[in-house]
Every structure is written in C-alpha cells, then in structure tokens.
Design a protein. Structure first.
Length: 223
C-alpha cells in the first residue's frame, strides 16, 4: 500500500496492489479519511437524542430507547449500556442524576412520574394508567418514541380518583345511553373537558363515572 497524499492536499488516497495466486495483480485507488478523523462516527441526530434523554434516564434505559428506534452504533451494533456510557464520556454529556429519595412532593404539588409511580400514588395498577392514557383521563408524554411514559399528577387528578361516586354519576355505558351518543363519543368529550369524569377505586364496579346531566351545555354536540 502506498500513500499518494501530497503536502497540502485535502483529498487523501492510497494505492492498493492485490497480488492474486498465480501472479496476476490488481491496483486500486481508495480514499482515506482526513487526518485526525475516522469514517465511523455516531450521527449527530443520535447524539442530540442522547443529550436530551440523559437528563431523564440512566444509560440502560437510554440504550433500550435507542433499540426501540432501531438505532445502531457507528459500527452497526445494537446499543448497550456500555456504548451509551462511552458516548457520554467522550462527548462530555452529564450522567443522569436521580432526585434524592428523601424529597417527597406535597399533596398539592404537581409531579411528573413514571407509569408505575403514578399507579402507586393513585392506588391503581399500571394497566389502569395505560388505559387512562388511551381514554384521556390522565395526561402523559414521551420525550421520544419508545421512551417511557411520564404522567402528570396534580391535585385536580387526585380529586378525580375516589372511593365513591356522587349521586347521579353514571358508568360509561349508561352515560352514553343517557346522552344518546356512542361510548367513544363520551370518552372524546371527557378528553376535551366537555364532560366531567371520576374514577372509582373501590367496590365491585370500579371504573369511570360520568356526570351526564341533560342540562350541561354542549352534551349533544357531535365530536
């Protein structure tokens, strides 16, 4: 192999001679990376994503998120904890710092927590929290596709999770029948704030209860 780079050249190439069995030879000219650089680098898009995720998640979780998005390392491997840690170290990305365990928000405070923690605080299962997300009963967000959901819990939400329903509040199916609309229409109205709903946590008939009085404005608007 011969380096054909002249001093001051910006394009670097090398001449490669392949000698085959039997004496034949082949000459090739191949480009070389610029001095101080190499051809295998992590994309800026992935690095930017790691910078954002590192403020909220540890290296193991970040690697799982990158895997969910089918991202690969510069060498084409699936991301692992060690890859994320190496990239953070090389690019001076701070490591995630979990909040102190002895700091607990007051009952009036709004907090953003994981699915599991939201279920613990509200006294329901993680499956219920996922269903509430789908129905619009709780508000959540993902920093990026594949990232864990973050649930916002405030006093208004706490007040909507009760052991008993006030008189006149109806289950979803009865509320839909009372209003003359489909069940999904009722859920859409709850999500938009046009109907008020609570969730019962005790008794044999746990679930949503809808305030479905005929006197409420906008009840019979189409979704």
């Amino acid at each position: 192999m011969q380096d054909n780079t002249d001093e001051g050249d910006t394009a670097r190439t090398c001449q490669v001679q392949i000698i085959w069995q039997g004496g034949a030879s082949t000459r090739l000219q191949m480009p070389m990376p610029a001095s101080g650089r190499h051809g295998r680098v992590t994309s800026e898009d992935t690095l930017d994503l790691i910078r954002r995720l590192a403020r909220h998640y540890d290296d193991t979780t970040i690697a799982q998120i990158l895997g969910q998005q089918n991202r690969r390392t510069a060498t084409g491997l699936a991301f692992r904890k060690t890859h994320v840690r190496a990239l953070r170290t090389y690019h001076d990305i701070p490591e995630y710092q979990a909040p102190p365990a002895n700091v607990t928000p007051g009952c009036q405070d709004a907090t953003v927590v994981s699915i599991a923690e939201a279920g613990r605080q509200l006294g329901v299962s993680s499956a219920t929290i996922y269903r509430w997300l789908r129905d619009g009963f709780v508000t959540g967000e993902q920093l990026t596709p594949g990232a864990p959901w973050q649930i916002r819990i405030d006093q208004q939400l706490r007040d909507r999770v009760r052991p008993q329903a006030p008189n006149g509040w109806l289950p979803l199916g009865q509320a839909a029948a009372r209003l003359g609309v489909a069940r999904q229409t009722v859920l859409n109205k709850v999500q938009r704030g046009e109907l008020t709903a609570i969730y019962l946590t005790q008794g044999r008939r746990k679930g949503l209860r809808i305030q479905a009085g005929h006197g409420q404005a906008g009840l019979f608007d189409t979704p």
